[in-house]
Design a protein around this ligand. Structure first.
Ligand SMILES: Cc1ncc(COP(=O)(O)O)c(C=O)c1O
Length: 386
């Protein structure tokens, strides 16, 4: 069972059945209070905060994050979101005419757009290798992914957990094989931190971005970019500021380049220690596995209702705290609006590759009653085809 008592820890509107933690996480009260207290400190003395105390807090927050994801504090930098991180990487990768970046047909739309933009600019090709659904096995997945690899492939780009289809992908095995082939490995882990185990000391990814504002429950605009030391020199800042050609260089050019990009409120980054404290206090490993169990236990019930099948085996290898199922509807936007307007349910209905999916996310505050509410609402709806 998910932990009902934790509902009181969140600021979420009790009138809404919130089944979309996957799009944007929600901050628990203690984390949001820490956020506001940093912001008050900033406004009380902006110069002191931005120039002196803030950077010191940022060092602490970066070290805490680095320990959590098992990398060195100068291998990771806070960025506003994974979109920013992947723009920085795609732009700086050194793509040349004819190069290929191998990816899958399951990636997030903003990332596809980013890679298409920078590949086109450089005369390179972004290869969205078709992944047949449902997925049958890891071996099958890995073989069909690498069927898209050619002598021109320079890098691979893959989600740790996909967006519309909500599948945990075997990124460890993919990165091992990509490295064996001499390819640069770039992982989009927007959904991964605090959702699945993440250890960058053992995952052979060269570059990894993760969102803290989803499952880690940090304030919005807080994410990270990890780049292993040997590759850091390749990447210019996305925004040129004081850290470029710095008058007072630190021991890390990577941090000088990417950490400061002009005046902004970086309080969201500073809340990561509060997120980690919150998760530790509430034994998040147990909370998370209870949520996963609730998702997996309800998978077939919804698949049967919709007359479809899960897109991968309903086990921990593929399914975490989100489940996405194909749904037949010509108007996903109408169905999503109807579920919200008539039933107070926040749940996304998304298109990808000509298919439509409904995806529910489960976190600490959700219970089976929330899924029952969704089930009943779908039963009553005429906006999808049985
Ligand atoms: C797989 C994946 N990658 C990247 C992103 C981008 O996140 P952001 O908008 O925070 O940059 C998302 C957002 O939902 C996502 O699901």
């Amino acid at each position: 069972m998910a932990m009902k008592h934790l509902r009181d820890e969140f600021l979420l509107d009790p009138a809404i059945t919130f089944l979309n933690f996957g799009s944007f996480g929600a901050c628990p009260k203690p984390i949001f209070e820490r956020y506001q207290s940093f912001q008050r400190e900033l406004e009380a003395e902006p110069v002191k905060f931005i120039v002196r105390t803030g950077p010191a807090y940022l060092r602490i927050a970066r070290a805490a994050l680095a320990a959590y994801i098992s990398c060195l504090p100068d291998e990771v930098v806070y960025v506003t979101n994974p979109t920013y991180a992947i723009n920085l990487i795609a732009r700086g990768l050194g793509l040349e005419p004819g190069d290929e970046v191998l990816s899958t047909s399951l990636e997030y739309g903003a990332m596809d757009r980013t890679w298409n933009f920078y590949c086109q600019e450089k005369g390179a090709t972004y290869v969205r290798q078709e992944i047949a659904l449902p997925i049958v096995s890891k071996d099958d997945f890995i073989a069909s992914f690498f069927a898209g690899c050619t002598a021109r492939t320079k890098a691979i780009f893959i989600s740790h957990i996909t967006s519309a289809t909500a599948l945990i992908l075997p990124v460890h095995e993919i990165c091992v094989e990509a490295r064996r082939r001499g390819l640069i490995t770039i992982v989009d882990g927007a959904h991964a931190p605090a959702h699945v185990a993440l250890n960058l000391a053992t995952l052979p990814a060269d570059i990894y971005t993760g969102a803290c504002h989803k499952w880690m429950m940090a304030p919005k605009g807080s994410s990270f970019l990890y780049v292993k030391k040997e590759l850091q020199e390749r990447f210019d800042p996305l925004v040129i500021s004081w850290g470029f050609d710095s008058d007072q260089p630190s021991s890390s050019r990577f941090l000088d380049y990417h950490q400061f990009n002009g005046t902004r409120d970086f309080s969201a980054f500073l809340c990561i220690p509060a997120c980690l404290e919150f998760m530790q206090k509430h034994d998040w490993t147990t909370v998370s596995s209870a949520c996963r169990a609730l998702v997996q236990a309800n998978g077939m019930r919804f698949a049967d209702l919709l007359g479809t099948a899960p897109m991968a085996p309903l086990n921990d290898a593929w399914i975490g705290q989100m489940l996405s199922l194909p749904i037949r509807t010509e108007q996903p936007e109408v169905l999503q609006r109807e579920l919200f307007d008539k039933h107070g349910i926040e749940v996304p209905v998304m298109r990808q590759q000509g298919n439509t999916y409904i995806r529910f996310s489960i976190n600490a505050f959700n219970t089976i009653a929330d899924l029952d509410t969704l089930y009943e609402a779908l039963l009553a709806s005429k906006s999808w085809v049985r």
